[in-house]
Design a protein around this ligand. Structure first.
Ligand code: CO
Ligand code: CO
Ligand code: CO
Length: 320
């Protein structure tokens, strides 16, 4: 966005300067709009599953801001000469299924012919101005809870390499296509201080974003990170996507590794995620209540990190 004149607007509660999940615009005292857009190339072969994953991913940024999705528009880049029309129809059906599940209404969309298939959505949601969650509010002593396992990046690489079994594909799809809606709703009662979702920067990268935004040190406990089945096995086979190395390189200046770290678990902390879970910061006294509420809502979550003392430039400490 460098070179653009992004003059602040009095109604713009969350804009582009904070690397947050979505923009938030104040409509009146009771209501703010949450707006986000996301689209990408297929991560699995089945077009219906791809549609479900792309929609769950696009909706997630609304949940990450404390909002509830209201309307959505499809964005399609489609190689009409190379792919059958049914691929597009199945993809859009998958996306629509997730919108229905989210109670979000499809109002339109736009498609262009493109050599590389891409699909995603622009999603608009609503949030009460006093319930907006950003990635910046983490308080010293908070516990950071992650609401999905990690490993979609290595699993997707194994699938692309033809090495994955059917159950690995199913594990990836189940994880990535799951809405973050239940986790977001369960979290409301525990007044999170900050929230984001885990996507391309990986668990460690998004934690560091939160640490930077809050001006705190955070400590990630590698052994506490829930992993998809076979994620470690595929990491051991060297199936880490290139993005994981880029993420590690990006984080290194603000990172401190302590103790004997398992190199595979460390690699997986940087694995870029597709439609990952929420990272919720809550006061330590509310953490076990939140974990119970998430479990009751059918969300498998884990406390993966702690928010430590103020640190002006933000620091991610990684411990075994
Ligand atoms: Co996000
Ligand atoms: Co996004
Ligand atoms: Co148009």
């Amino acid at each position: 966005m460098a070179g653009l004149d992004l003059s602040p607007h009095p109604n713009l509660l969350v804009g582009m300067e904070t690397a947050d999940d979505a923009g938030v615009y104040l409509v009146d005292g009771q209501t703010a709009l949450v707006q986000t857009v996301d689209f990408f190339t297929p991560v699995v072969d089945d077009p219906f599953d791809f549609g479900r994953i792309a929609a769950a991913n696009a909706l997630s940024d609304v949940y990450a801001m404390g909002g509830r999705p209201l309307t959505a528009m499809n964005i399609v880049c489609f190689p009409s000469c190379d792919l059958e029309r049914d691929v597009l129809i199945q993809t859009l059906r998958g996306g629509l299924e997730k919108l229905h599940e989210a109670g979000c209404v499809l109002v339109g969309g736009h498609s262009v012919d493109d050599p590389e298939f891409k699909y995603g959505l622009a999603v608009t949601g609503l949030v009460r101005p006093d319930e907006v969650l950003t990635n910046a509010g983490a308080n010293e002593g908070d516990v950071v809870v992650l609401t999905k396992p990690v490993g979609t990046g290595v699993l997707a690489t194994a699938i692309k390499g033809g090495l994955a079994a059917d159950e690995d594909v199913a594990a990836l799809v189940d994880c990535a296509a799951a809405l973050n809606a239940a986790a977001a709703e369960a979290a409301r009662a525990f007044s999170p201080s900050a929230c984001t979702d885990v996507t391309g920067f990986g668990l460690a990268g998004h934690l560091l974003e939160m640490a930077k935004a809050a001006g705190k040190e955070m400590a990630l406990s590698l052994s506490a990170v829930p992993l998809l089945p076979k994620a470690v096995e595929y990491a051991r086979m060297g199936l880490l996507p290139a993005g994981a190395f880029a993420n590690k390189k990006f984080c290194r200046p603000n990172m401190d590794a302590r103790g004997e770290l398992d190199p595979l678990l460390l690699d997986l902390a940087f694995d870029p995620q597709t439609s990952g879970g929420l990272l919720l910061c809550v006061a330590e006294t509310r953490a076990s209540g939140l974990l119970d509420a998430l479990s009751a809502a059918g969300v498998s979550a884990a406390a993966v990190a702690k928010v430590l003392a103020p640190h002006p430039s933000g620091l991610l400490t990684i411990v075994p």
